[in-house]
Design a protein around this ligand. Structure first.
Ligand SMILES: [Fe+2]
Ligand SMILES: [Fe+2]
Length: 171
């Protein structure tokens, strides 16, 4: 009797894995919106702050805007590769209540804490995506691991800023 040779697996593109692929696209759409909202929040928070102490934060957020935009593009490209569609603006729902402009534009601690919260939210979601991709979609997983590292770096930087304010009794 001839042994039947199983068809080679097409991985996440295998029709047997359709549901999992759709779930990954959903997770990536959420990540895409998180990046887009972060871009909006970081633009406003890189322009609004007043004062000598604000300059370091402004410069750092200016740079982050470009990085987060790059992340959004990567998430969008992967959504397409997985046969999803990058959502349109009408699907957008804002969530970052903590990154709205403070009452006083010299309130830098508010901005620093907001950035830490945004980065922590991204880190949490991206860890979830990485876990879901385990054994299912190594390419998406690899991409999200690299993005996760950027977010961990962003959070660490702003934790350092907060530490300085705490040391001076300002936070
Ligand atoms: Fe990002
Ligand atoms: Fe970030």
């Amino acid at each position: 009797m001839e042994a039947s040779v199983p068809a080679p697996s097409k991985g996440i593109f295998d029709s047997a894995n359709l549901e999992q692929r759709e779930r990954i696209v959903e997770l990536l759409c959420k990540a895409y919106w998180m990046e887009i909202e972060t871009v909006m929040s970081y633009i406003s928070n890189s322009i609004n702050p007043d004062g000598v102490r604000a300059q370091e934060i402004i410069e750092s957020l200016d740079q982050d805007v470009q990085e987060e935009l790059g992340h959004a593009r990567q998430f969008g490209a992967r959504i397409k590769e997985l046969y999803g569609v990058v959502p349109g603006s009408l699907d957008f729902q804002a969530e970052q209540s903590y990154l709205q402009p403070p009452d006083e534009q010299t309130d830098i601690v508010h901005v620093i804490k907001g950035v830490i919260e945004a980065e922590s939210g991204a880190i949490e979601h991206y860890n979830r995506v990485i876990e879901f991709c385990e054994g299912r979609d190594p390419v998406t997983q690899d991409m999200v691991i690299a993005i996760l590292r950027d977010e961990e770096g962003h959070r660490r930087l702003f934790e350092g800023f907060l530490r300085e304010y705490k040391a001076e009794g300002l936070a």
